[in-house]
Design a protein around this ligand. Structure first.
Ligand SMILES: [Zn+2]
Length: 213
């Protein structure tokens, strides 16, 4: 795979959003609850995992090969385990933790680990430098599900701080996202995906409008 599969990712996002109960279709997105609704996916923090297996947080970091999070896939049982670092040390603020969770959910929903385990290129583990495209796909998934550009206009977003407040992202992610939005706005041609997203979040957008009047 050499290119990010935008259309495929968009359709997986829509499928997921449409399967959620109405009370989860609002921002900031409750990404933990969404993960907990997936029947074959368990979620654990680094600290819980370290306690449970009586190892250090550093052991979990090296097991995951990541400071922020990882996903383990058990092919025989078809079960996923998402681990995320819940310590706010080293600037791992809540907004970053939310991004990590959405990124790992992206790996699960886009079936990256299934693909990799079939290919036998990784030991059932991702976050390996040879998987750059999958990393980019998971980031696109996270960005689109956590803070979709399609609704910025409805939310009257005019600066990075609005993004931070509404979507609960870190300030650096909010700044990045705002910069990308400015570009997106000028080049983007409206698609059916845009309409579908707005439709899904219509009750939230109406409610937001009422509250901000
Ligand atoms: Zn990743």
């Amino acid at each position: 795979m050499t290119r990010i599969r935008y259309q495929y990712i968009n359709s997986e996002i829509l499928k997921l959003l449409k399967s959620l109960p109405d009370n989860l279709l609002c921002f900031p997105l409750d990404i933990k609850k969404i993960i907990q609704l997936i029947p074959n996916c368990n979620l654990s923090s680094y600290s819980y995992f370290a306690n449970h297996y009586n190892v250090s947080i550093n052991d979990v970091i090296s097991l995951c090969n990541s400071q922020s999070g990882c996903t383990h896939y058990d092919e025989a049982k078809n079960k996923y385990l998402i681990l995320y670092n819940n310590s706010s040390k080293n600037y791992n603020v809540r907004g970053r933790q939310i991004w990590t969770l959405a990124h790992e959910l992206g790996h699960v929903k886009l079936k990256h680990l299934l693909y990799l385990s079939e290919k036998m290129v990784a030991e059932n583990r991702l976050d390996n430098s040879s998987c750059t495209i999958f990393e980019q796909e998971a980031d696109y998934f996270a960005a689109t599900i956590l803070c979709p550009f399609q609704i910025y206009k409805h939310l009257k977003i005019t600066e990075p701080l609005d993004i931070q407040n509404i979507f609960d992202l870190s300030i650096s992610a909010s700044e990045n996202r705002f910069e990308q939005y400015e570009k997106w706005k000028t080049h983007h041609v409206k698609t059916a995906f845009d309409n579908d997203l707005v439709k899904i979040f219509k009750p939230f957008l109406n409610d937001y409008k009422l509250r901000s009047q």
